[in-house]
Design a binder for this molecule. Structure first.
Ligand code: KG4
Ligand code: ZN
Length: 340
């Protein structure tokens, strides 16, 4: 099994990629829907699945032509089967099944979180097991212990909002637009991270769970107080930057310190930082600082492999298909799909 087509439509990106054994990713395309959802300040599921329907064929065709391949040259298809938006997942899954059926090739449903985690291995093949994986994205905040290939143990997860969701919601409160993560990071660069000390939702009792809703609510009440004093909406750009930086500092400390605690508790010599929020430069810098102090290796994939993409799905599929795994055509998409 040498050439695998990967398809990813779990949220608001329509993506297709081709992985070739011995060469790596030879083609990867992503069509973003940000323009559609920005107006609403978040992903609208019905609009997302409609756009996937429009984009999936052109994107698959372009991924193949980018690799100078016909569909008949593909030997396996991997597709995200969950977790994600059910209508969006079904578009990719239906296309993957159709391709597999027509071409008489195996297909495999991939857990989106496994895709994010294996992006670290795709980015750096020297990453070895065991490692602790922190998956921080718009829909997920999970900590896994990855003991060996394909074996995931859930150490902790968010009890409410995902980390990226918190960035997106706080950006909205600050009137900064969507998606919030990259904008907050940019604005925060000129802000003082110590301007407000927002609460860090850290769990006690050895728990590795996260909670971001308290932080978001704290920013909300902080801004409400300013509103009562006639200072909101914020007209002062410096204050906006200070508040963005203070929020970001609290959010990245929660992520980094919990991941480090988990790695130390499990005796993990390395941490993989993956998912859209892993693009955040301040989070990467803090993780680097904390891991260096503890002698733990840190693996952060290049930003294009952190946000949703099909390269990670094609790669995860290649590894599983090579091990002889197959999915039946009866496989259905699942909005909630545990990895561990
Ligand atoms: O992994 P991803 O593309 O999609 C999901 O699986 O959810 O992650 C998207 C999330 C969004 O919430 C976005 O705001 C966040 O990742 N994000 C960032 C940054 N870039 C993207 N958050 C913080 N800083 C960034 N630079
Ligand atoms: Zn994702």
């Amino acid at each position: 099994m040498k050439k695998i087509l990967g398809i990813e439509t779990s949220c608001d990106e329509t993506a297709a990629a081709v992985y070739e054994e011995g060469k790596g990713i030879i083609s990867s395309l992503i069509s973003s829907q940000v323009d559609i959802h920005a107006h609403f300040g978040g992903v609208v599921p019905e609009l997302a699945s409609r756009r996937h329907l429009e984009m999936i064929y052109p994107i698959v065709e372009q991924a193949l032509s980018g690799a100078s391949l016909d569909l008949s040259a593909i030997e396996g298809v991997a597709v995200t089967v969950g977790p994600g938006l059910i209508g969006s997942l079904l578009v990719g899954l239906s296309v993957a099944k159709a391709v597999a059926y027509v071409e008489r090739i195996p297909f495999l449903g991939i857990n989106h979180l496994e895709g994010h985690i294996l992006a670290a291995l795709l980015d750096d093949p020297s990453l070895s097991y065991p490692f602790t994986a922190l998956v921080v994205s718009g829909g997920h905040t999970h900590l896994f212990q990855v003991q060996e290939e394909g074996r995931y143990r859930l150490l902790g997860r968010t009890r409410d909002d995902a980390a990226g969701e918190a960035f997106d919601k706080v950006a909205k409160l600050l009137g900064l637009g969507y998606p919030g993560g990259p904008i907050i990071e940019k604005v925060a660069q000129s802000g003082n991270p110590g301007y407000v000390r927002f609460p860090r939702g850290m769990m006690g009792n050895g728990s590795f769970d996260f909670s971001f809703s308290g932080l978001k609510t704290a920013v909300h009440y902080y801004l409400e107080e300013r509103r009562a004093r006639g200072e909101y909406p914020l007209k002062d750009e410096q204050r906006r930057a200070d508040i963005a930086a203070s929020f970001q500092q609290a959010a990245i400390e929660m992520c980094a310190k919990t991941a480090l605690r988990a790695a130390k508790a499990t005796g993990s010599p390395r941490i993989a930082l993956v998912g859209g929020v892993a693009c955040n430069g301040a989070l990467r810098a803090l993780m680097r600082q904390l891991t260096e102090k503890e002698g733990i290796a840190l693996h952060c994939p290049q930003p294009g492999l952190c946000t949703d993409n099909a390269a990670m799905i094609a790669f995860a599929g290649w590894r599983r298909l090579a091990r002889g795994e197959r999915s039946p055509f009866s496989l259905n998409a699942a909005a909630r799909l545990p990895l561990a």
